[in-house]
Design a protein around this ligand. Sequence first.
Ligand code: 6R9
Length: 574
Amino acid sequence: MSQLQGEIISVGAPSSNLGDYVETYDNFSWEDVEKQFSWYETGKVNLAYEAIDRHVDAGKGDQIALRFNDPTRDETYTFGDLQAKSNQFANVLRSRGISKGDRVFVFMPRSPELYVSILAIIKVGAVVGPLFEAFMETAVKDRLEDSGAVALVTTTALLPRVKRKELPLLQHLFLVGKDIVPEKGVVDYYKEMELASPEAEIEWVNREDGLILHYTSGSTGKPKGVYHVHNAMLQHYYTGKVVLDLKEGDVYWCTADPGWVTGTSYGIFAPWLHGVTNVVRGGRFSPGDWYETIQKNKVSVWYSAPTAFRMFMGAGEDIVKQYDLSTLRHILSVGEPLNPEVVRWGYKVYGHRIHDTWWMTETGGQLICNYPSMPIKPGSMGKPVPGIHAAIIDDNGKVLPPHRMGNLAIRTPWPSMMRLIWNNAPKYEEYFRIPGWYISGDTAYMDEDGYFWFQGRIDDVINSSGERVGPFEVESKLVEHPAVAEAGVIGKPDPTRGEIIKAFISLREGFAPSEELKAEISRFVKEGLSAHAAPREIEFKDRLPKTRSGKIMRRVLKAWELNLPAGDLSTIED
Ligand code: 6R9
């Protein structure tokens, strides 16, 4: 495990909002962060006001808030435009009786209308529920039903996936599209927007009032509704400052869809709380189109995911040279372990360190990060951000010393901590079963310098002949092999060893599966990491099962292996 340590990339932090790297944050206080918000003086709280209207009131109405590109649209909106449009839609919502506390869902591909809708829902004090556009019938129904949603904003194309007859509480459908047939409960989005006034009162709320409900899958059971409140804006703002390093004039691009928490906390809230230009790109991943997005929009801060960076790595260096990426200042990653190989490759090819960040839907915002002012140890998630206290604890709540693997836990509370699992108090309490701590469900260890190293989900850790093996470490090693594009590693039950390590591998362009290659890859891990970490079995696959946020679904691999049902697949890529 320790072979990754000691390797540090520490250059390249010329400027950072956190100042020079500091070891302690004795002076940190959330109250200082509160002072950044207008409600600190006025007492009037609403995240949408802080994200949009406040900038207009401060004379920045003409600055560009949103640059939207997809294969069919290329549009720019100022903060003034977003203020007017979100006011218009707020008025449309109110005309149908939508008010504070109602759950209103959005179900559409990335588009300016999606961002306007989310802002408007928040403006009227309702709780927004984002659904990923690729959800099919059951996934949509489960979430609308569980949350008791009263309204849904969707497109004519996605409408067939909404089983209205089975959802008695769903009274209003706001439809984005052409030729909408008038019908009870159906509102033509474009038509009503044209008629609506661009002026609207904001619903002032309390900091503890509902903001957003994100459904996320656990290892078992149906997806859970993770409920966040307006107070989360403290975390969004603060991490936007010290982790994303956002500054006046930045052009920021977060590649996540708002159906996932990264696409809202960091695809909407953090950048707009800072008043920077937010780039949104619709459509599918392709290395050329994505580099083109950076070049065309002059992106300076880029937040993406390991799966994308691995695909860029697979696409090679030559394509990078065809684009001007010189505007980039800061690159970040989230969602799954960022392999050291990818950090090294990014540093070589982009000239920037890719900064890993760790957090979860439940945490609402970034907690453990490589912030720009600190030296990076490739493979580590970094250190807790100021204001956050993280530790490795055992199942009884005892804090473990450095290098001992255990539960990654966070001292409660922090501003963006989830406040509820909708309709499921027992599930919520499970996370807080050890008094004073939030138990993440991830395992990790901390090194002597206070850096955290991700090991796996509790249920993914492999025990082979009494040796604990974190699948991430094996996967990281595997993708360093020139033939390996992606790898997923599971523990396969074995009568003598408890479990053996089995790797599912997709190969890079130009490599063909063979027994020789299997042996060579296994030897590569044995020689590069350790004998007990080397896969005893390898299976080549054209593609690996992934969630739409890019995580390799080890539990699906495990189900394939054991011939078991794969469980809830509502978040699988396709
Ligand atoms: C933001 C987000 C959360 C789970 C989390 C962990 C994994 C996220 C990671 C990471 C290793 C990182 N995860 N960031 N693992 N290194 N930097 O991804 O939320 O979709 O709820 O997933 O993702 O296992 O517990 P979410």
